[in-house]
Design a protein around this ligand. Structure first.
Ligand code: G1P
Ligand code: ZN
Length: 542
């Protein structure tokens, strides 16, 4: 048996997990002991895993294989009994969440930096998910960070990790490594939740689809499900081979980075339904023929129609949205007579609500939608739920969205991102806003007046924990909102996000930025964005 090595190390001071695990440049992760220190800190923060199962996989980005092999050797040295690893080191984030749950694993390690660019100059990330399949709660991530600051040694098995490209079981020290098909369990779950026959019938009637996997992890999943199982023609999935550098693109399914898809969908002869997912497969972009659907509207439409899919035929227990996500879903929840919870940004806050059975669907404005089927947001799941609904209603996405707005009114919504701004300037801007909160009520943006301003704090109704400073909110008398927060996922400088929302009952076909113009001007002026950051315009508008 290979001996267990105890390797002396010194702490890195910057291993604080953010909105979703530890994300850093590849060059940072490539430093000797960097990944090892963090993985050992994860194990040190956990208790009672001896002999238990760990799930391991990643989105295939640069460094994925190396860190998978390191993590296998460290899991063996630290006493795990079994590791389920996706073949080739591949598991999408939602598939990993499902595998953890289905196999009753102790937890899982997911290697990903989500939608951030990959390759040697790009980003890498490591995150720990607990036995419920969801991102570790803050009390665990805080402990990991604390331990990472005092670590003195890590344990690793001396000897090579086994081949991860062939399915089956192999021994590594006292541990079993089981290489699993990354798609099989996930596909079986999708077949349970959705009516594949109804989608096949819609295809036979002529429904056309384009899915852009952005050269990231969803390629194999989308090909197996959309092309092989549902019978959409080859070529329905584009950019379907995961590449370590995502082909040099940002695997971020928004209107900037999925521009080709957007232009195709807006053209007269494009397909009926277009979608894309991100680096690790948890985000989704939905565009109908000549109809972009904002993630906030998508959540609302899915909530209103989910009962049309077999997995949700009994209706919804409740819904949740992150605080900056538009209030469109709140209106649906009110009509359905169910509760809508408002949580801080980041999927980890939905976990308790899902575990307690308080909600069935949840989502974020940042292209994340999910349900109680896993404990992560799920890109392909959202696409399949949409397809199931479109197939059942035998309607176009455009007709469905327009009917929804006529019925419920429209929440105009946009997010303005200022990326890689100077961190001190960004912190100064947020501090000034926070200090100025008491003086904001009564100020006017066009015809709208600020009625309240606060710093969002969340009280978790399940575990009673409190989380503060989750974003500055300005509420207006007509229900409009402006929100400011700093990103917790960036790896260079700071990213300021400004979220702008305005509700209109009747005037539902305006251009979004025009509909929001008064609020945008007010948001920029109040935070002195140009003066403090030196930026006249946002880097990305979604
Ligand atoms: C961003 C999104 C957030 C999402 C997270 C992980 O976090 O805004 O909704 O949960 O990525 O995908 P942020 O960079 O804003 O902290
Ligand atoms: Zn992601």
């Amino acid at each position: 048996m290979s001996p267990i090595l105890t390797v002396a190390t010194t702490p890195f001071s910057d291993q604080k997990p953010g909105t979703s695990g530890l994300r850093k440049k590849v060059t940072v992760f490539a430093q000797p002991h960097y990944a090892e220190n963090f993985i050992q800190s994860i194990f040190n923060a956990l208790e009672g895993y001896a002999g238990k199962t760990l799930v391991l996989g990643g989105d295939g980005r640069f460094l994925n294989r190396e860190v998978i092999k390191t993590a296998l050797r460290m899991a063996a040295a630290n006493g795990f009994g079994r590791v389920l690893v996706g073949r080739g080191g591949i598991l999408s984030t939602p598939a990993a969440s499902h595998v953890i749950r289905k196999h009753g694993a102790f937890g899982g390690i997911i290697l990903s930096a989500s939608h951030n660019p990959g390759g040697p100059e790009g980003d890498f990330g490591i995150k720990y998910n607990a036995g419920n399949g969801g991102p570790a709660p803050e009390k665990i991530t805080d402990r990991i960070f604390a331990l990472s600051k005092t670590i003195t040694a890590y344990k690793i098995l001396d000897g090579a990790a086994p081949d991860i490209d062939r399915l089956g079981e192999k021994k590594l020290g006292g541990m079993v490594v089981e290489v699993i098909d990354p798609v099989a369990d996930y596909q079986a779950l999708m077949e349970q939740l959705f009516d594949f026959d109804v989608i096949r019938s819609a295809r036979q009637r002529g429904l056309t689809v384009r899915f852009d996997a952005m050269s990231a992890v969803t390629g194999p999943y989308a090909k197996a499900i959309l092309e092989d199982a549902l019978g959409f023609p080859r070529g329905t999935v584009v950019n379907g081979t995961p590449l370590p550098d995502f082909g040099g693109h940002h695997p971020d399914p928004n209107l900037v980075h999925a521009k080709d898809l957007y232009e195709l969908m807006m053209s007269a002869d494009g397909p009926d339904f277009g979608a894309a997912s991100d680096g690790d497969g948890d985000r989704n972009l939905i565009i109908g023929k000549q109809q972009f659907v904002t993630p906030s509207d998508s959540l609302a439409l899915l909530a209103a129609n989910a009962h049309l899919a077999p997995g949700y035929g009994k209706g919804l227990a409740g819904v949740a949205r992150s605080m900056p996500t538009s209030g469109a879903v709140d209106r649906v929840a009110a009509r359905l007579g169910i509760k809508c919870y408002e949580t801080p940004t980041g999927w980890k806050f939905f976990g308790n609500l899902l575990d307690a059975g308080l909600i069935t669907l949840c989502g974020e404005e940042s292209a994340g939608t999910g349900s109680n089927h896993v404990r992560e947001k799920d890109g392909l799941w959202a696409v399949l739920l949409w397809l199931n609904i479109v197939a059942r209603r035998q309607d176009s996405v455009r007709a469905m969205v327009q009917a929804h707005w006529r019925d419920y009114g429209r929440n105009y919504y946009s997010r303005h991102d200022y990326e890689e701004v100077d961190a001190e300037a960004a912190n100064g801007l947020m501090k000034a806003l926070r200090d100025g909160l008491p003086g904001l009520a009564g100020r006017k943006a066009g015809a709208m007046t600020v009625t309240a301003a606060d710093d969002f704090a969340y009280h978790d109704p399940v575990d009673g924990s409190d989380t503060g400073q989750q974003g500055i909110r300005l509420h207006f008398d007509d229900g409009s909102r402006v929100i400011y927060r700093l990103s917790g996922t960036g790896t260079a400088g700071a990213t300021l996000r400004v979220y702008i929302e305005k509700f209109e009952q009747h005037d539902i076909n305006q251009e979004t930025q025009k509909a929001l113009a008064d609020l945008i001007r007010f948001a920029n002026g109040t935070a002195e964005i140009a003066r403090r950051t030196g930026r006249k315009t946002p880097s990305v508008i979604t």
